[in-house]
Write a protein that binds this ligand. Structure first.
Ligand code: CP
Ligand code: NVA
Length: 311
């Protein structure tokens, strides 16, 4: 495998400078899309989906088209992975046809295995542990709104899940403060939390976890939430609905910080993790955030698959 191949499995693989560079490129791509319309001319991205998707699928597909390339939607039930072909063989074969592979799957080790055997860049489109592409768009949205990331206070009210993991890493790397407010038993992965805390100590912020909802949003610049039951956890839905009672982001909670913006990776469940009033209220940036998936991922695709990264 060529040493020059870069993948994006988690945000931890990017240096802090690279992350800020990607966000800068994302803003340029958004402002002047025509400048990049041939950036990936003739290139193809294979997109393997083992879980459902609206935003990730459409933004990668449209993004590749707008960069002069092509994307292939590969539902895992329709390709041979669904009938037992190994991840390693799939990686080797796809690498002969396409110039990049995006995968949305369950265990994070599947993406790692794919990247070990692919000879083209591999992008994590969500695993049970990480959702780095989402956080590129989130950081772009906050940067557009506040003109900076360093020193911002982000409060995530909800599950210590894939999105919260990637967000705490993104916050730590950009010097933003991050607080996760979750019910007992729904804390983030201890190893990921520990690494994010170590990184935040270097960039001058902090990453903390608390169980106390009331008062948690005071002074926040951004309040973020995500579904209580992630894809793959459907059997736990009833228990989770019960355990997360009191953790809804509603008007009363948002009133603790009237200047804060509301973010959600979507899809949202109004009446569960967020009230309809907050979701559709004037603090909400969720649809700008969703749009930025397109721009941030175009920047990522250019960075990983563009000419200057070819060996
Ligand atoms: N936020 C996000 O990844 O949305 P999809 O599941 O629709 O791709
Ligand atoms: N945490 C959610 C994010 C969906 C984009 C899930 O994994 O289902």
């Amino acid at each position: 495998m060529s040493k020059t191949i870069r993948h994006l499995l988690t945000l931890e693989e990017l240096s802090n400078k690279e992350l800020l560079g990607l966000l800068k490129l994302a803003s340029q791509v958004k402002k002047k899309p025509a400048k990049y319309k041939k950036a990936l001319k003739g290139q193809a991205l294979g997109m393997i989906f083992e879980k459902s998707s609206t935003r990730t699928r459409v933004s990668f597909e449209v993004g590749m088209f707008q960069l002069g390339g092509h994307a292939l939607f590969l539902n895992s039930n329709d390709i041979q992975i669904g009938r037992g072909e190994t991840i390693a063989d799939t990686a080797r074969v796809l690498s002969r046809f396409v110039q990049g592979i995006m995968i949305r799957t369950f265990a994070h080790k599947i993406v790692e295995e794919l990247s070990q055997h692919a000879t083209v860049p591999v992008i994590n489109g969500l695993t049970d542990s990480h959702h780095p592409c989402q956080i590129l768009a989130d950081l772009q949205t906050l940067l557009e709104h506040y003109g900076k990331l360093k020193g911002l206070k982000i409060v995530f009210v909800g599950d210590g899940n894939n999105v919260s993991h990637s967000l705490m890493i993104g916050a730590a790397k950009t010097g933003a403060y991050f607080k996760l407010v979750c019910p007992k038993g729904y804390e983030p992965d201890a190893a990921i939390l520990g690494r994010a805390q170590k990184e935040s100590a270097k960039t001058g912020s902090s990453i903390e976890v608390t169980h106390q909802v009331q008062g948690s949003v005071k002074g926040a610049d951004a309040v973020y939430t995500d579904v209580w039951t992630s894809m793959g956890q459907e059997a736990e839905k009833t228990k989770r609905l019960n355990d997360f009672k009191g953790f809804q982001v509603d008007e009363k909670l948002m009133a603790e910080s009237p200047k804060a913006v509301f973010l959600h990776c979507l899809p949202a469940h109004r009446g569960e993790e967020v009230s309809a009033g907050v979701m559709d209220g004037n603090q909400s940036l969720v649809f700008d955030q969703a749009e930025n998936r397109l721009h941030a991922q175009k920047a990522l695709l250019i960075t990983l698959m563009g000419k200057r990264n070819k060996s």
